[in-house]
Ligand binder design. Sequence first.
Ligand SMILES: [Zn+2]
Ligand SMILES: [Zn+2]
Length: 348
Amino acid sequence: MGDQPMSNLSQHEVLNLARALPVGKSEVRRAIMAEDKRLRAKYKFLAHQDLIGGAIVAASVVFNSALALGYMMGIIPAVMAVVGIAIGLSILHEIEHDLIHNLYFAGNRRLQHAVFWLIWILKLHANPIWRRKAHLRHHAKSGQLGDWEERLLGLGDRLGWRRLSAILHPFGSVVYMDEIADTDPEFDPRRTSNSSLLTAIVFCVLSGLGILNLVLPESSHQMFSDDVWNIISTLNVVWVLPGMLRHTAITIMTTSVHYFGDIPAGDVLYENQIVDHWLALPVQLFCFNFGATHVIHHFVAAQPFYLRQMVAPRVKPVLLAAGVRHNDLAILNRANRWNVLTEDANAA
Ligand SMILES: [Zn+2]
Ligand SMILES: [Zn+2]
């Protein structure tokens, strides 16, 4: 691309340039930053990043509370509450991830921790303080044995009951802990489990009682009053199930875009692919289009999630020209290998 400013080019021109010239990692980064700069110049309010982050947190909490209240008052059906709240949680998950990269409230550790705590409880999932360490490690060791965050979600494993557990259950990662500890001495399974004990207990108690509520015969319901069963049922609809839906969606997507095991360490060109197939749309709805845009984040981490989405259309041709794979839907059949799957895949 030379030194020509990408910001002055149309998407068509960018594509033609990308095809005509060898495109490397530095060109991809330059294209992302140029589009980021162009958008920030066009929409001045993007400079108020803390305000935007705070407003998104407040709006998501109000949106989810309204849906929960609407369900409790009988105004909206359970399905609408679960789907809507899961979308709100997926936005909060993006805020949590941006906070891990210190993109809001920089220097105000107390406020950052307060937001981490709020999102942790609402998502009923892994502790964000623990995740911060695992996630920064993911950037440093993506697709390698030290990539705890993704390996805990099944990355690199063959399709089977373990991957299904990690996809469907927010705390299903427990099935991978021993294996990760065996292959990476720096991973501490006990510390990892303990960090999220609070939400794991709440999740297991509530979901367990929710299942009992459905399967127990009427006579056995006397152990609790009707009011208690109603509270359990409501909490499952407005808290447990939306969290599970969000977790399942992003886990399917993240373990479908990352490569593992047979890629060169630290080479971002091999770490991810773009998945924007129409088949993935129902899943993308609950993870802010993760499959189509996560690769951009591996190239430029210091960019809020909404800007990543905004730069995506113009950056996509550059990524493809650089050799980033596109809709490689057979990735799961190869246990996330870049090349063919070999017999010792799970030992990699
Ligand atoms: Zn990643
Ligand atoms: Zn990140």
